[in-house]
Design a protein. Structure first.
Length: 195
């Protein structure tokens, strides 16, 4: 069984990012984006998805956190796309509902090769530490665009920390389920023959 792994380097005038991702990992991570809460969310994403993730980002945080969060999502999406290859043998579809105290997030994913995104919900506070809460809405969109995912996400609650954390955990669990190999299948799960 081949290892599903990819490394991506992306450099722009706004960010410099190095990412190494193994889909069939142990949930080990080493993350440094310069945004403590975002690092915590990426660590949680790796742990709950059982992905091995090494990521560093040097971003223009003197401006704000937008470029860092968006570009990290792009790179993680590119790493998923590279690690999945032709997507042969995967389950493809998954959904997860994850609670975090009073908050709840629902994530539905199709590893379709066709990016599409729907989000429903609001975040109860504007910021969690140095992280702008609305960027948690943006993260799955950028990741999905570059990984070729259809994603439907819903979030509700009363505490932005819990809402964002439930979203990242739900995204991790749904992606783990959808990208898992199905022992009954060796072909690509599509009537087209490719994703």
């Amino acid at each position: 069984m081949s290892e599903r792994h990819a490394s991506v380097h992306r450099e722009t005038a706004e960010t410099s990012i190095d990412c190494s991702l193994t889909i069939d990992g142990d949930g080990e991570s080493s993350v440094d984006t310069g945004i403590g809460f975002f690092d915590h969310m990426l660590d949680s994403f790796a742990r709950h998805g059982l992905f091995d993730l090494e990521l560093t980002c040097d971003g223009d945080l003197e401006i704000d956190d937008h470029h860092t969060v968006e570009d990290v999502a792009i790179v993680v999406g590119q790493a998923f796309d590279g690690a999945l290859g032709d997507r042969a043998g995967i389950r493809r579809f998954a959904d997860r509902v994850v609670p975090m105290d009073e908050a709840q997030a629902s994530v539905v994913v199709d590893v379709s090769g066709r990016p599409s995104y729907r989000f429903d919900g609001e975040f109860s506070q504007q910021r969690v530490g140095g992280f702008t809460s609305i960027l948690a809405r943006h993260f799955p969109r950028s990741l999905g665009q570059h990984a070729g995912l259809t994603l439907h996400v819903e979030v509700e609650g009363a505490n932005a920390h819990h809402e964002v954390e439930a979203l990242f955990k739900g995204l991790a669990r749904a992606l783990d389920d959808a990208t898992r190999r199905d022992e009954r299948r060796s072909d690509t799960p599509s009537t087209k023959g490719e994703l």
